[in-house]
Design a protein around this ligand. Structure first.
Ligand code: PFF
Length: 465
């Protein structure tokens, strides 16, 4: 059932917002599901020993991901404004909590710069897969095809700009007619493709071996480093710590059950990651490839795996369409952070804000498109622009943002306001859940996140040695 499309802002003006519960779910899940599930999750799980890692990741998602996501959506929905304005409105006078939102804008730019480049490869691969260009069961050949793409500055740039234009075009349509309408169509497509590909993979002779790799825990592989990698992945996966969920929360309706919706998004996101693992690992084992191939798993191993199976051409096309669909929903949410802040703070139209951000991203993002070719020699402590943007956003800005969000929600905003906001003024009967979330945010989650950040700084030490 459609409800009113507009909600009132604190300033009393009409505001574009999500229109239905399914729309809220599709858009929020669209943000969480992305290359993180299909690209990062399988290779990180593969590189860290499979099922043992999975268990730690699950704990990190429950203890860190879930509380921070609930806090962000709660604050955004309360203020009904962009990430910077939300924190300005809710914080006591004279305190600068809005800096979390500002850091989110920076993180969004950095993430979008490299993410749109990985998405650019995915979109290019859809076309290559259709034309049969990457249809070889020999990893040496699929590797050559991948390096021909990323090594060519013009191809890298043009695909990235095409991706940016697509995302900008959808955002120009608005929150309800753009983000919500598109993700509502894409999410079912994503699930159907995943189920088809999962069923195909399970029919392969190596299915049992692949599933055993994914589901039999080997606790000997769980080291301190693995725990921290799992927490970093939980951050990136759930799009938290940088104002994305706060921005989307501002488009939530007041009758939406925030903790329940968040739990549903988290569970569905986990389901997608598991399905992606079920697609990838049986196939990898069946055709004798290594599960720990690293980031190249998606672009070098996967094409070779598909080329080895009957009807592989068709399934390869479906796989890259699936990846492109997933990347699209995530990129909409990343770019929405600076677009909404610019429109909200500088009082300019959404169209203008989108165009300015596209232009800025075309410039800043091109450093990532050129990181594997023209600018590959430009490094800082061994990191190209691509690596540096990934490192600064995931290892510093998102965890720091996460810590301060916990502190703000639990210590500054406080238990009573949280209770009122998350129980929808006492109408939901979920006070027990809210109490649990409150104590996690107050004492447990920020401490755990601090560990992620220290791990990040450890990496920094390693690079500055
Ligand atoms: N959650 C997305 C993924 O897993 O691919 C990535 C992402 C989206 C990160 C939105 C940050 C963000 F704000």
């Amino acid at each position: 059932m459609k409800k009113t499309m507009q909600t009132a802002t604190t300033a009393g003006q009409a505001r574009d917002a999500f229109t239905s519960s399914f729309g809220v779910l599709a858009a929020t899940l669209g943000s969480a599901v992305g290359l993180g599930n299909i690209w990062k999750f399988p290779y990180v799980t593969g590189a860290n020993g499979g099922a043992g890692f999975l268990l730690v990741y699950l704990l990190a998602t429950l203890l860190v991901g879930l509380p921070v996501m609930i806090a962000e959506i709660m604050l955004g929905r309360k203020a009904k404004a962009d990430a910077v304005t939300t924190l300005r409105t809710l914080a006591p006078r004279g305190q600068h909590w809005w800096l979390i939102g500002a850091s989110g804008v920076v993180a969004a730019f950095l993430i979008m710069s490299f993410y749109s480049e990985v998405a650019a490869w995915v979109f290019a691969y859809v076309f290559k897969a259709v034309r049969g260009d990457i249809l070889s069961s020999d990893p040496a050949q699929t590797s050559a095809a991948f390096h021909a793409l990323v090594g060519d500055p013009w191809q890298s740039l043009l695909w990235q700009w095409a991706v940016l234009l697509l995302i900008g075009g959808i955002l120009l349509l608005g929150v309800a007619k753009g983000i919500e309408a598109v993700t509502k169509k894409l999410m079912p497509v994503l699930f159907i493709l995943l189920l088809i590909l999962g069923a195909r993979s399970l029919m392969l002779p190596g299915a049992a071996q692949g599933l055993a790799f994914l589901f039999t825990p080997d606790f000997s592989k769980i080291t301190g480093g693995v725990v921290l990698v799992a927490m970093g992945l939980a951050f990136f996966k759930l799009s938290i710590g940088m104002g994305t969920m706060m921005t989307y929360g501002s488009y939530f309706r007041d009758d939406q059950n925030v903790p329940a919706t968040t739990l549903r998004v988290m569970a569905a996101d986990l389901f997608v990651s598991m399905l992606a693992g079920i697609v990838v690992f049986p196939a990898v084992f069946t055709f004798g490839f290594k599960p720990e191939a690293g980031p190249s798993l998606l672009f070098i191993t996967i094409p070779a795996v598909f080329a080895s199976m009957p009807m592989g051409h068709l399934f390869m096309v479906l796989f890259f369409v699936l990846s492109a669909v997933a990347a699209t929903g995530a990129m909409l949410s990343i770019l929405e952070v600076p677009v909404s802040v610019m429109a909200g703070r500088f009082n300019i139209s959404r169209t203008r804000a989108t165009l300015i951000n596209l232009l800025l991203l075309g410039l800043i993002g091109s450093t990532c498109a050129l990181s594997n070719n023209a600018l590959s020699g430009v490094t800082w402590h061994g990191m190209t622009f691509f690596d540096l943007f990934d490192f600064v956003s995931s290892s510093i800005l998102m965890p720091v943002g996460g810590i301060f969000l916990c502190l703000f929600a639990a210590w500054i905003w406080g238990r009573d306001k949280m209770m009122a906001a998350l129980t929808n003024e006492g109408t939901l009967g979920n006070a027990g859940v809210v109490t649990l979330v409150y104590w996690l945010l107050k004492l447990v989650t920020p401490v755990l996140i601090l560990l992620v950040m220290l791990k990040g700084l450890g990496v920094l030490d390693y690079f500055t040695r």
